[in-house]
Write a protein that binds this ligand. Structure first.
Ligand code: FAD
Length: 493
């Protein structure tokens, strides 16, 4: 085909799209502003500690596999992906604990012990989340939902016949509440809204498919760390002929008569009538002159998803009671989300996520030490983090809470520290206000109003990545790269 495609942004979605497009015969150039690829999925190596700075859990690894297969490569020659034995350990403020095992029998037994709810009830719950997945994945995740042909194909019509089962008009919380009375169980399952940076009390129950993805399809890790996925994608992109440019900040996207014409990078104009943005959607629009289209005007009004405050701590400890993924829940979950989304303040009693990759990769921390990635959800509002002291105040609270609930006092055991806050996320990845997933998923319309993968107003402009359809997270951004590259290929036929 020989047509040139310029890809803007070298996060996971940009790299994945470059491979898909090269496999289709396009001449692909990718521009990344930073000196390393990966975007939000990055790595911090310092003082003998190694941290994955962003994503820490892999789901739907078949999506990664499919990407490698598209260029006739074996994923296993590049990466070793392992199923986790324990998905996550949960700590509640009343001192109770719940271990989410991968093994179904152990998981069901743990549920029963924890809540006195019958195993059958859990199986019913998990099969109802599977049912929603089976009905919706094809339309909502795997295909370009905005293409009318897809939306009105036979399979979609069949889905519409089961509209009541899609749980479009209940929230995640309401559906969880309809299954369980136990407040802690509801909190546990409500938590999955945070995988799309959203509030379970506002997010449609359709998103309870995330539980199916994690409990039925499994949670995974990568040998050597999640960043090895980025290394593998970079290597593969080079092998299939993609021209990768680091330290290449895109400063402008040229549009003339509603047609994309090229870009400005490091002061050089590069022409192309196909441009695929794998950067934040709102930021992408800011690089064009006078955008005033319906899709943009609709998109810019959407509420943003949450952001994160992450402490990367090197800790002199061997924490036996923690596993690789741990959650310490807040006392009042509803209030926590109201503070994040309604009041736009940092929650006073945040749920704490602790990811310790050195539990699996021994080399990630020196002997008798661990690498703690300690994260809380915060509003996407850079202004809140103008003052450095704010993180120190939060740090004190987190250390106290970890000591109180888990019984581990690390106050004099932190030997290394780095902090990532919304301001820094914005600076490093151009994510508007540091939002992790672009728009929040607070209504069913937000699925349709997410940026479509092929612009409806600017010819030749395409989008992929966590802020476009179908959404954020490693698997979904690879799917978005696949959808966008298929749309580009189709437009050239
Ligand atoms: C703290 C944290 C925890 C997370 N946890 C998980 C998890 O456990 N599991 C999961 O699946 N997902 C998780 N995510 C989400 C996941 O990381 C993202 O959805 C995914 O990595 C987004 O990839 P992307 O390619 O769409 O965007 P990005 O990673 O944001 O990539 C955009 C790229 O564009 C580049 N760029 C920006 N401006 C320019 C410019 N002007 N010129 C050139 N390049 C530019 C950026 O530098 C960046 O490399 C997490 C994210 C964070 C931050």
């Amino acid at each position: 085909m020989g047509n040139k495609v310029l890809i803007l942004g070298g996060g996971i979605s940009g790299l994945a799209a470059s491979i898909y497009l090269a496999s289709k015969g396009f001449d692909v150039e990718l521009f990344e502003k930073n000196e390393k690829f990966g975007g939000k999925a990055n790595e911090l190596v310092s003082n003998s500690f190694r941290f994955d700075t962003g994503p820490s859990l892999i789901t739907m690894p078949f999506v990664i596999d499919e990407l490698f297969q598209s260029v006739n490569k074996n994923l296993s020659d590049f990466l070793k992906i392992n199923r986790l034995e324990i998905l996550c350990k949960y700590f509640f403020s009343d001192g109770s604990e719940f271990i989410a095992y991968s093994n179904k029998e152990k998981l069901l037994a743990e549920f029963e012990n924890f809540s006195n709810v019958s195993q059958k009830k859990f199986e019913q719950y998990l099969s109802s989340t599977k049912r929603i997945y089976d009905l919706t994945a094809d339309i909502f995740l795997i295909n370009p939902i905005h293409e009318l042909k897809i939306l009105f194909n036979k399979k979609s019509f069949r889905t519409l016949l089961h509209l009541n089962e899609l749980q479009l008009f209940k929230t995640m919380h309401e559906m969880n509440q309809s299954f369980f009375e136990n407040k802690k169980l509801i909190q546990l399952f409500d938590r999955y809204a945070t995988y799309v940076g959203s509030d379970p009390h506002q997010t449609p129950a359709t998103f309870n498919i995330i539980q199916h993805v994690e409990y039925n399809l499994g949670g995974f890790t990568i040998d050597g760390g999640i960043y090895n996925l980025v290394r593998a994608l970079e290597k593969l992109a080079v092998e299939v002929g993609v021209k990768l440019h680091k330290n290449s900040k895109v400063e402008k996207i040229f549009v003339n008569n509603k047609r994309v014409k090229g870009i400005l990078v490091n002061g050089n104009e590069i022409e192309s009538n196909i441009v695929l943005s794998a950067m934040d959607v709102l930021y992408t629009y800011s690089l064009m002159d006078k955008v005033n289209s319906r899709e943009y005007n609709r998109y810019k009004k959407l509420e943003l998803s949450s952001s994160a405050l992450v402490f990367y701590w090197g800790v002199k400890i061997n924490s036996e009671s923690l596993t690789m993924h741990n959650i310490i829940f807040s006392n009042d979950y509803r209030k926590e989300f109201q503070q994040i989304f309604r009041d736009k303040v940092i929650p006073d009693d945040p749920t704490i996520y602790i990811y310790i990759s050195s539990k699996h990769n021994m080399n990630d921390a020196p002997e008798n030490h661990e690498n703690w990635f300690v994260m809380i959800n915060v509003p996407s509002k850079i202004e809140l983090f103008r003052e450095i002291e704010i993180s120190n105040k939060i740090k004190e609270n987190l250390i106290k809470k970890i000591a109180n609930v888990v019984g581990i006092d690390i106050s004099d055991k932190i030997v290394f520290e780095e902090i990532l806050d919304p301001r820094k996320i914005n600076f490093l990845t151009s994510s508007v206000e540091g939002a992790l997933y672009g728009p929040a998923s607070h209504s069913i319309l937000s699925i349709f109003f997410r940026q479509r993968n092929k612009s409806s107003s600017i010819s030749g402009l395409y989008f992929c990545g966590g802020t476009a359809h179908p959404g954020g997270g490693i698997a979904l951004v690879i799917l978005s790269a696949k959808i966008a590259s298929e749309l580009i290929a189709k437009s050239q036929k």
